[in-house]
Design a protein around this ligand. Sequence first.
Ligand code: ADP
Ligand code: MG
Length: 588
Amino acid sequence: MGRIHKLPVSVVNRIAAGEVVERPASVVKELLENAIDAGPTRIDVAIEQGGIALVRVVDDGGGIDPEDLSLAVSQHATSKLRVAEDLERIDTLGFRGEALASVGEVARLVIRSRTRMADSGASIEVNGGRMGEVVPEGCSIGTTVEVHQLFGNVPARRAFLRAPSTEWSHASEAFVRTALAHPAVAMSLTHNGRRLHDLPAADRWATRIGGLFGMPLAERLLEIDATDGEIGLHGFVGRPEDDMASTRLQHLFVGGRPFRDRSILHAVQEAYRGVLLSGRQPIVFLRFEVPPDMVDVNVHPAKIEVRFREPSRLYRLVLSALRTKFLASDLGTRLAPPALQIAQTSLQSSQVMPLSEGDVAAWFGSSAASSGWQSTAAGNRSAGSADVPAWERVEQAASVGQEMAVQMHDRYIVVESALGIEVIDQHALHERVLYEGLKDSLARGSLEVQSLLIPETLDLTPAELEIITAHAETLAQAGMRVEPFGGATVIVTSKPVLVGNASAADIVREVIGRLTASVAGSGMLVDEVLHGLACRAAIKAGDPLSQAEVDTLVQDRRRVQDSHHCPHGRPTSLTLSRQDLDRQFLRT
Ligand code: ADP
Ligand code: MG
């Protein structure tokens, strides 16, 4: 007897549900796509318990005819495609006709809908794959879809859901992506009865971006507008100094659809190379316009990836549009080659180029102002903040076995040591020193915490608020007390003494970014917080230091475990050995 048989419809649906519905965020995404496809002016989303208990999406779009209600919840039933050729010119977000059937298989699904023509509507309910009757109902124009108790009938899947706060942060991201893709539709988001977003219809993309992430951020973005033949690229990118710890503010869209694409994000990283600190992430909102036959959206069950016919053209367009913008926006001076190369070029050119006395004075004046080296160059002229002439300081240092250190360009500290010349990145080293100090005092139970006389307030997005709430205890352990202050606002009431004057609100922002990006286990979260503290509290490139501060920093270097790398693993210093120098000057 044969052993192969056709699977019952319910098993087929259950399998499909596994691909389409992974977690509450997938439900939010599918319901929002359906709502958008219905051509609404407004969509309201309500979520309970991270979406595990309820996801409700209400739109005022075209509605579903009562006759079609049972088809709408059946597998492979759609109003958006008829023949295979339609797949070549998809202009709707949905087309696979499987979302509602899949959701109905693994939850309790209720749909109420009324079309624009009808005086009244109808409803249908599907519970764990069992479809109920279509019941007449007097509802307003548009569609309400409710999904209750996701995976309530599939304990094995339910067990894989994370805490409501985690599910919520994914669900709210799905809302954010749709809201970004469709600025012309008014949208709101409510979680556990609290209204977190209320976005009016916007005719400018920047207005919608500002509505979601704050106008101050939106106003600082650089606008991108470029074309290559029939391909258009529009949107906004962040200034290098507005960098982020995570990729959370990187959004790509094509045809009203958010998508992920490693190649395009690689082009973005390339464009920012040299202007962004390594490990930091730029802000990117980019929208591609491509003819329908140049993009295939049917390559992923959840439609989060797309395939372009000429990916390399898009890559080049992104890279050149961003680079051109940076150069035109006066960020060009930061597009410099790596430090060591600069050092070598200037050494070489100074061998061949005769310098006037004015040049020399200007060079010393600009690069060594307020440092001990100035007096070396200018004979016995007194030197900025250092009272002792440099040559004396070198001698003194040598006699007590210390190193001579000066600050250059307000960002590097140059140390003369027995081995040669060491160039230290002041921010990277200070960050390492602070991090080790914090870690050490925490381990010894002696972390000093100062209460803020005037607590700092901080407005957060819903997702950020959930993260902070979920990790409030970890933050408190690290000396940062954060308390709710109504709505999505929190106040920071304490910080560790070690972080000095750094703004507590800035630190909390940094920490949120890190916790969002973090895949670390809970034991490592405190560490993640300490990194955030150290990063924000450390002196920055560009901060002038007094000679005393320079000396302290160089001395502190000896106390830390790994002074050669900052907590992100970037080098904190480069060494030019005496041998290297001798070789460069052809002395060997
Ligand atoms: P798809 O979106 O791929 O067509 P779905 O299972 O998501 O498949 O939806 C099935 C059908 O139900 C859609 O083709 C559409 O006709 C109808 N539908 C679903 N949601 C809505 C809505 N909010 N407004 C109007 N029609 C809807
Ligand atoms: Mg759909």
